[in-house]
Write a new protein. Structure first.
Length: 281
């Protein structure tokens, strides 16, 4: 069995010889995925890593869940998954039924799937080529028992490679949330993501500028530690809406490290979530 097959979500039911498929396995379809009714698929993406795309994903999903919505998170960042840690889901023993893999559920009832649930240890690397990475994401969409969801929020890896392309071509994406930060380099790379979405004719819900500022814990002064905010200008220049800015906040970092991202609440994320839902509902 190849290394890819050992961590493949379908390794237990695969009907194909791994030596023949090279690890890019398929499964026999029965009821798998057929009963899923997902109303809205929202993709969170950025051209550049390190801008906080995964934390924005978790914050949006948590706010939607607090509103009483049925929410799922698909962690499509296969080589750098972080959602299980952010939501405090560890030592998960996955189970399945006739309708697919049963996703673990967070404290707020968010259904979550990530490649980390299939690895012996959370720090084990996933050393796969692009097509196999994209195949795993497709399996997360088709072979997980999401059942009924109001929103499925997809956390994409940075860039415009195989995984983002597969998601945009395979999933019925209602809209994309672009995440940027004030740095010039981040802005330049984010424009590539915006242009990719436009070329594929997928609606862009708007841009979120993460780490837009910081608040001094002593004097409460607003500090632009990563440079002057550019989010609103970038959105305007590219013909998309500006959803708002999120601060760099030590409390959020601590909440994520402790697996308690759902406990973090702010007026900023409420405003961003309200703008997103207003666009797609």
């Amino acid at each position: 069995m190849s290394d890819a097959c050992k961590t493949c979500p379908s390794s237990g039911s695969c009907k194909i010889d791994p030596n023949d498929c090279g690890g890019a396995v398929e499964v026999e379809k029965s009821l798998v995925g057929s009963l899923n009714q997902i109303k809205n698929v929202i993709v969170v993406m950025s051209g550049k890593g390190g801008v906080g795309k995964s934390s924005v994903t978790g914050l949006i999903a948590s706010e939607l869940a607090r509103q009483g919505k049925k929410v799922g998170v698909l962690d499509a960042d296969i080589t750098g998954p972080s959602q299980p840690r952010a939501f405090g889901l560890a030592n998960i023993q996955l189970r399945g039924n006739d309708y697919g893999i049963i996703p673990p559920t967070t404290k707020l009832g968010i259904k979550l799937i990530s490649i980390n649930f299939f690895l012996p240890h959370e720090d084990d690397p996933v050393i796969w080529r692009g097509p196999i990475l994209a195949g795993a994401v497709k399996q997360f969409w088709e072979e997980v028992d999401w059942r009924e969801l109001d929103y499925l929020v997809v956390d994409l890896p940075p860039g415009t490679g195989d995984v983002p392309l597969t998601v945009m071509q395979t999933l019925p994406v209602k809209g994309i949330v672009i995440v940027s930060s004030p740095q010039e380099l981040a802005v330049m790379v984010v424009k590539k993501t915006i242009n990719m979405a436009k070329k594929m004719s997928i609606p862009i819900l708007g841009l979120v500028e993460n780490m837009s500022y910081a608040i001094c814990s002593h004097c409460h002064e607003k500090l632009q530690i990563f440079g002057e905010s550019q989010g609103e200008k970038v959105a305007k220049d590219n013909g998309i809406d500006y959803l708002g800015g999120l601060p760099w906040d030590a409390k959020l970092n601590q909440a994520i490290d402790q697996g308690q991202i759902e406990s973090y609440d702010s007026a900023d994320i409420k405003g961003i979530a309200a703008k997103i839902t207003a666009k797609i509902d």
